[in-house]
Write a protein that binds this ligand. Structure first.
Ligand code: SF4
Length: 576
């Protein structure tokens, strides 16, 4: 495998062998290590000294089930700390098949132009795309690229938000239909890509050598064992394929952890209208698809295709967090309006979670009223136009709060808090506070044991056991994010004793290693240490590992709970 280094200042591409230290790393493990090794922690995130690292997971490009996840690493413009943003879509598998361990993008063009990066079996080259693509949204860009270069290419692109270098800008990754429904959403990776003068990356794996596997029979056997564990699991094999992630709306509403009206309470009166069950009915009536894979080979297929009232495609990859944010948190119970907001975010290229908390803050400020779906749609449209209000919104929750003098700001390390109220789901509250990524549910998804009874049960309303739960999950997730497996595979890994050994056996069979299950935990710990060290050097300390005061001071109904985990207890997360 090789690492491509693309210097945008010189317009030069070099090919490097993989250093011995990097050989056993992939995905998040590799992106975070390269960023820690090569980026000055105090650099300007959208300046020439920051870098953008793109890496498929260790198992990506193989037949391992649900293993096509892509990691993008950088210093985040939103948090100022290290960032790994993870997406599905078709890019990771194609990169791995081309033998690409990572692409490191550095510098910034002297001519201020935007480029397309072409990646194929012959290597990497840059083409000026300013005239053709500048100012266009992701839907148009991807359609154009595929028309010109073939339907089978994978496209990564930024919308207008990335061109404007807004802090919530995402990088879109094409799904199997060539649509921009999968995103490296969190932390403003799209702004870094924009600052590098990259509008698109096109990956063509025609005649790619493919991934070499040392022991093919052993690999096949373990891949089958993992697929069985996933399909046998009630959430991975039934809940996710049938309803997608929005099945969680009713579950969280019942648990009193569905943040409503900018995190004022934990239950939304209109939850039924936006629930996974309702959405599945609407999708089926209109000829959409409730069971869609974001990349070939995913057996959980949680992604969805949502059509409008006339049966025409409207959006895809319509996730629980998006529906919660533009729904309950904004007090909107119109699912078609929420789907339109998702579509706009995918097109202009912004993180839907960050936009959801931003719209909540804009409503708090009185820019529009809570419940005003059309007002929210109009605000999101302003981002693509680059108007002053659009740029304020596109810079995220913390920025918008400052612009309008709002003090009820649901962020940690300046990143918007996702769809689980930390007072009613305390384990995930610990993750929000302490993750190296800023508020990020996927970094240690304690909803598992707090709400879903996966991997045991820890009372979500009680502080007991939450620190250990979050710590263990954050360590495990850092390792899973390095394999290229979808984080949802962790549900089966937590419940089925055969799943994790199957993952380790696949890694051994592919790379000829002799890893043991305990090595996975060690990998996760070392990744977190590398990331935390970067953040420390960037100026963060333990006082940044805290939730906003209102979670500690105000009760969340209906269970009237506060976030009562102390600062001292939060500091114990990194005792390992
Ligand atoms: S489970 Fe869903 S998000 Fe995960 S890889 Fe499959 S389709 Fe993508």
């Amino acid at each position: 495998m090789k690492i491509y280094r693309v210097n945008m200042t010189e317009g030069k591409v070099t090919t490097e062998d993989v250093k011995e230290d990097y050989a056993a790393l992939g995905g998040r493990g590799l992106t975070s290590q390269i960023i820690a090794d090569e980026v000055k922690p105090n650099c300007n995130p959208i300046g020439a000294k920051n870098k953008l690292v793109i890496a498929p997971g260790l198992l990506s490009g193989t037949n391992a089930p649900s293993s096509g996840r892509l990691s993008v690493g950088t210093k985040s413009p939103l948090t100022g700390g290290i960032k790994e943003s993870n997406a599905g879509g078709t890019a990771a598998q194609k990169l791995a098949k081309l033998g690409v361990k990572a692409i490191v993008v550095e510098g910034k063009p002297k001519d201020g132009k935007f480029y397309t990066m072409m990646v194929n079996k012959n290597g990497v080259k840059l083409e000026d795309s300013s005239a053709d693509l500048l100012g266009k949204g992701n839907y148009e860009v991807m359609e154009k690229m595929q028309k010109e270069l073939g339907e089978d290419v994978s496209v990564m692109s930024i919308g207008q938000a990335g061109e404007y270098k807004l802090q919530s800008a995402s990088i879109a990754v094409s799904d199997p239909e060539g649509r921009p429904t999968r995103h490296c959403g969190r932390g403003g990776t799209g702004a870094v890509m924009g600052s590098k003068g990259l509008k698109t990356i096109v990956i063509d794996d025609t005649d790619a050598p493919g991934v070499s596997i040392v022991d093919k029979d052993a690999f096949k056997k373990s891949a089958r064992a993992l697929a069985k564990a996933l399909l046998d699991h009630p959430v991975c094999g039934e809940g996710l394929p049938e309803y997608g992630t929005s099945i969680l709306i009713n579950i969280l509403n019942e648990s009193g952890g569905l943040p409503t009206q900018n995190f004022r309470r934990g239950r939304f009166e209109g939850a039924d209208e936006i629930s996974g069950e309702t959405i599945a009915e609407v999708i089926n009536e209109r000829g959409g698809n409730t069971t869609h894979a974001c990349h070939p080979g995913c057996v959980m297929r949680c992604s969805q295709i949502y059509n409008d009232k006339d049966g025409n495609y409207l959006t895809g990859g319509f996730e629980y967090e998006t529906i919660w944010g533009f729904g309950a948190n904004s007090e909107v119970d119109d699912i078609d309006a929420i789907a339109k907001m998702d579509r706009i975010c995918d097109d202009v290229g912004v993180d839907t979670i960050e936009m959801a908390t931003t719209i909540g803050v804009a409503m708090e400020a009185g820019v529009i009223e809570f419940g005003d779906a059309e007002g929210a749609i109009d605000l999101l449209k302003e981002i693509g136009k680059g108007t002053p209000i659009g740029r304020i919104i596109g810079n995220g929750t913390g920025f918008t709060a400052k612009a309008f003098g709002v003090t009820r700001v649901p962020v940690v390390k300046n990143q918007g808090i996702p769809a689980y109220d930390p007072r009613a789901v305390k384990g995930v509250g610990v993750t929000y506070a302490t993750s190296t990524m800023g508020a990020d549910h996927t970094a240690g998804y304690a909803v598992t044991s707090n709400i879903l009874d996966i991997g045991g049960t820890v009372d979500p309303l009680d502080k007991e056991g939450q620190i250990d739960l979050s710590r263990d999950l954050q360590i495990a997730t850092a390792a899973v994010d390095s394999t290229g497996l979808c984080v949802f595979a962790a549900f089966a890994i937590l419940d089925n004793d055969e799943a994790l050994p199957a993952v380790v056996d696949m890694l051994n069979a592919q790379y000829g290693l002799e890893l043991e299950v305990g090595d996975v935990t060690e990998l996760g710990k070392s990744i977190l240490k590398v990331e935390r060290d970067f953040n420390t050097r960037a100026g963060f300390d333990n006082t940044d590992d805290r939730l906003p005061d209102f979670f500690v001071e105000e009760e969340c109904s209906p269970y009237d709970v506060k976030f009562d985990i102390t600062d001292k207890e939060l500091d114990e997360v990194y005792d390992f």
